[in-house]
Design a protein around this ligand. Structure first.
Ligand code: MN
Length: 312
């Protein structure tokens, strides 16, 4: 997905992850449109830009698509991050500058590593008609890998763990020693939760921070009710989490070791300095080989002018 991170989401200034003690901070997502889809952007937000290395979370749809008209996000670049795409309904076609052409459906994971640069599109499949709903997440890459080669992984099946009053699918990382095959460059976890109703309990890492995004239904965390369009930040210092859910609740748990590198996010890029963003902006404008080429019927998305060059 194109993640037009705007100044209203989070100022493009260097910011370091700052974990908090155990808490429940509920924040409203920012509503936006990406491609043809309405999204509820849970991350980044002011005051809370990262949860572990997770730095972006868009709950997209549900929206109707046809065989020929889907998310319709044309080719656009990324750097310094991984995109993690997970659907709860429908199908989307991913194409990228590595030559990947992959339809994703519920239960499957697409993970694209941008490294120094990649570009991709998200399109109609040519055969699926119906509703599409899902979540797209970004993971900030650490200095040790962020200048590396781009890569793409598709996982057709992921491990599941039965928990009390629910099932957890391990998207990235591990739960109860059950490990996802997806690449991770820093210690983190992403779980998709099917909650049957009543109190579900999940084991956590005491020195990691966590957040919950509810996609369907609702869950109570202590005195706080969390529903679609909200993110609950949980801080660190917990060994376990109790989620008192309505029957049929779908939620995503994100967590990780607090990411201690100062990141700068602008448009579809995660960097450390404004100079890095300027270089990426110039390379995309110049159609430089850095971001490769995507073979797609959709138009390439131009970069907006960086706000720091327009006198803002
Ligand atoms: Mn994208």
């Amino acid at each position: 997905m194109s993640g037009p991170v705007r100044m209203t989401d989070a100022p493009a200034v260097a910011d370091r992850g700052h974990a908090a003690p155990p808490c429940v901070e509920v924040s409203d997502s920012h509503e936006a449109t990406v491609g043809r889809f309405p999204v509820r952007r849970a991350l980044p937000r002011r005051g809370r830009r990262t949860v572990g290395a997770w730095c972006f979370a868009d709950h997209m749809g549900p929206s109707a698509v046809t065989e020929e008209s889907g998310l319709d996000i044309g080719p656009h670049p990324h750097m310094g991050l991984q995109t993690v795409t997970w659907l709860v309904d429908g199908q989307v076609l991913h194409r990228d500058s590595l030559g990947s052409e992959q339809v994703i459906a519920p239960g499957q994971l697409n993970l694209m590593t941008a490294g120094n640069g990649v570009s991709h599109s998200e399109e109609a499949t040519g055969h699926y008609r119906g509703t599409v709903e899902g979540i797209q997440l970004w993971v900030a890459q650490p200095d040790t890998t962020r200048w590396g080669e781009p890569a793409f992984e598709h996982h057709a099946d992921l491990p599941r763990v039965d928990v009390r009053r629910g099932t957890a699918t391990v998207l990235v990382g591990e739960l109860d020693s059950v490990v996802s095959p997806a690449r991770r460059d820093t210690p983190l976890v992403g779980l998709d939760l099917h909650l049957y109703g009543g109190v579900a309990t999940l084991g956590l890492e005491r020195d990691w921070e966590y957040a919950v995004v509810v996609l369907r239904g609702a869950a109570r965390l202590g005195a706080h009710r969390v529903e679609p369009g909200r993110l609950a930040y949980l801080g660190e210092g917990r060994d376990a989490l109790d989620l008192d859910a309505e029957p049929g609740t779908r939620a995503v748990l994100l967590g990780g070791e607090p990411f201690d590198e100062e990141i700068v996010m602008w448009w579809n890029f995660v960097a450390r300095t404004r100079d890095e963003l300027d270089a990426a902006y110039a390379a995309w404008r110049a159609q430089d080989a850095r971001f490769g080429r995507v073979t797609s019927p959709l138009a390439r998305i131009p970069a907006p002018a960086p706000y720091w060059t327009t006198g803002r």
